[in-house]
Design a protein around this ligand. Structure first.
Ligand SMILES: [Zn+2]
Length: 320
């Protein structure tokens, strides 16, 4: 019986042992799998973050490329750190805008005044005779050898207190400036020597000068070249606009008077600028003319005088 019983129990013990082994194997597998799954999850999450980071850094690098592209071309005028643009920049507290603005400043600080000056000089070497100012307002009209008024330019003219003619939009301002200067300066009297000259009159002056040199034996082209050094070619003189005034003796000695000092300090309050400053000859192409003032309006005059610009620079920095 005992033998029988033992024989009958053997399969049961086998089954128990197999079950036990299976449980142990399962536990071992679970113990091995769980850490593997955890590690795999961590790896996946880390990888996902990396991908997100890399795509966002790509995006920001594209944005900064765009900013620098804009900055290096369109935004060059932002170099004017002491100019009206600074007020616009400072008025925004928006974070994104601040980032753009600081990027512009950094880039613009790398621009030198020399480069801008060189560019303006390059601009004014364009062929003579191209009229490029048709769309500008009258008081901002840029007139020089390379920005020539059309023959039919005919501004509205008013007679000044002193009897001379001036553009109607600026005649009162000139009268007031002359009166104020004379009231505050004790060393003489400021007066308008040369003001509006019509295009027709400019043509006559120029032709008379050409004929004078031709009568002396010069060829037509020689006489025109010589005449141009004495009388402005018609359409190239600011006096044709009615917005320019030469004061007193039209000599450099005018710069030694209190009236000159007063004008430098106060002319912008009346909308006038010293049109051909001593240090801007390479841009204007005109030697220092301390006697020649030009009306551009109060706001523009103050910007130009405060920044020490000439009118060409104002046009350049404002994309006019
Ligand atoms: Zn003049």
């Amino acid at each position: 019986m005992d033998n029988n019983t033992n024989n009958e129990n053997k399969p049961v013990q086998h089954n128990k042992r197999r079950t036990y082994i299976l449980i142990v194997v399962a536990v071992v597998l679970i113990l091995l799998l769980v850490p593997t799954i955890i590690v795999a999850c961590n790896y996946y999450n880390n990888h996902k973050d990396d991908k997100a980071n890399s795509s966002s850094s790509m995006l920001s690098s594209e944005i900064s490329d765009d900013i620098s592209a804009v900055t290096s071309t369109d935004m060059q005028p932002a170099e004017l750190s002491s100019d009206p643009l600074a007020a616009v920049e400072g008025s925004s507290q928006d974070g994104a805008l601040s980032e753009v603005q600081s990027s512009q400043k950094t880039s613009s600080q790398q621009n030198s005044g020399y480069e801008i000056t060189a560019e303006i000089t390059a601009n004014v070497t364009n062929p003579i005779g191209e009229y490029v100012s048709a769309e500008e307002s009258q008081q901002l009209q840029l007139v020089n050898l390379f920005n020539v008024l059309p023959a039919d330019f005919d501004p509205e003219i008013t007679t000044l207190n002193g009897g001379k003619e001036f553009a109607s939009i600026a005649a009162d301002a000139l009268d007031e400036m002359i009166d104020a200067c004379n009231a505050e300066c004790g060393d003489g009297k400021l007066w308008a020597q040369s003001t509006y000259r019509s295009y027709t009159k400019q043509v006559k002056l120029y032709n008379d000068e050409v004929n004078k040199w031709k009568n002396k034996g010069m060829s037509d082209s020689e006489a025109k070249a010589k005449a141009a050094t004495v009388v402005a070619v018609p359409g190239t003189s600011e006096h044709n606009t009615g917005l320019a005034c030469d004061f007193n003796t039209i000599t450099e000695s005018f710069a030694d008077t209190k009236m000159y000092d007063w004008l430098i300090e106060h002319c912008a309050e009346y909308g006038f600028i010293e049109r051909f400053p001593r240090d801007k000859q390479d841009i204007t192409g005109i030697t220092w003319e301390p006697w020649h003032y030009r009306y551009v309006g109060v706001e523009v005059a103050q910007t130009i005088m405060q920044n020490g610009w000439c009118l060409e620079e104002y046009h350049y920095y404002n994309n006019l």
